[in-house]
Design a protein around this ligand. Structure first.
Ligand code: HEM
Ligand code: HEM
Length: 183
């Protein structure tokens, strides 16, 4: 194994990656499927949806701040140049989505009379925007589109990681694994 193959993300980056990933997957599920659980379940599902989403916003800002001082390892040399470029674009789009989705959700909530509470700890102030139906519909549409874009990015990201793993480049997932493949 070369030095580059053994390169890993820092422990902080790895934990932030997996906590954010778990919260995003949970939120996609809560967002798209809450109606299937009936009217009685909606309030608590949306309560967690909003709290998880705002946590993602905070953790993504922390991740970006950490990234400024701790550059990620260079892409694995096993990646072809176009694969490394595509992975870089997907990572950048992830960061855009990880900020834009919670923000659009916060704007969506702010355009309705329903309040937002963070895990029962404190209320989140609404953003200063109009509460008209048009504004509400606009952010609802935007939030849904961004959610669908996140599903697309996730599918490409996981397909890329699995492709390389199955081609025998097992160290690639190990770069982001908290426990496996310690070098
Ligand atoms: C919604 C869920 C996910 C999000 C938002 C996400 C986001 C990201 C981002 C932004 C990076 C780049 C880190 C950086 O350079 O700062 C990254 C790297 C990585 N992710 Fe994910 N990820 C998710 C789920 C997953 C899953 C399910 C896997 C498992 C296959 C995975 C495996 C990896 C690996 C192996 C890397 C390191 C790539 C490299 O070698 O540089 N991710 N992820
Ligand atoms: C990682 C962050 C988030 C993700 C991935 C996400 C994803 C989604 C998805 C996929 C939907 C369903 C869209 C549809 O089918 O119409 C949804 C709905 C919604 N989200 Fe989010 N969301 C996030 C954060 C937030 C935040 C931070 C808030 C508010 C503070 C929020 C408020 C809402 C609201 C009010 C709905 C509409 C529920 C309804 O009435 O049907 N979301 N979200």
């Amino acid at each position: 194994m070369t030095g580059q193959e053994a390169a890993r993300y820092t422990r902080v980056a790895i934990w932030l990656h997996w906590i954010i990933a778990a919260l995003v997957v949970a939120n996609l599920f809560l967002g798209f499927f809450h109606e299937d659980f009936g009217k009685a379940a909606t309030p608590w599902m949306m309560f967690y949806h909003k709290s998880f989403g705002l946590t993602v916003l905070g953790l993504t800002l922390a991740r970006l701040a950490w990234r400024l001082g701790h550059r990620p390892p260079a892409f694995d040399p096993a990646l072809k140049p176009w694969e490394a470029r595509l992975a870089g674009v997907i990572h950048a789009l992830f960061y855009v989505a990880l900020i834009a989705i919670p923000l659009s959700g916060w704007l969506l909530s702010s355009s309705s009379a329903r309040g937002t509470n963070f895990f029962g700890l404190f209320d989140i102030a609404p953003l200063p925007i109009s509460r008209s139906d048009d504004v509400h519909d606009l952010f609802e549409e935007l939030h849904e589109l961004l959610g669908l874009a996140m599903v697309g990015l996730l599918a490409l990201h996981v397909a890329g990681a699995l492709k390389h793993h199955l081609q025998g480049h097992r160290h690639l997932i190990g770069r982001m694994a908290p426990f496996l493949y310690r070098s």
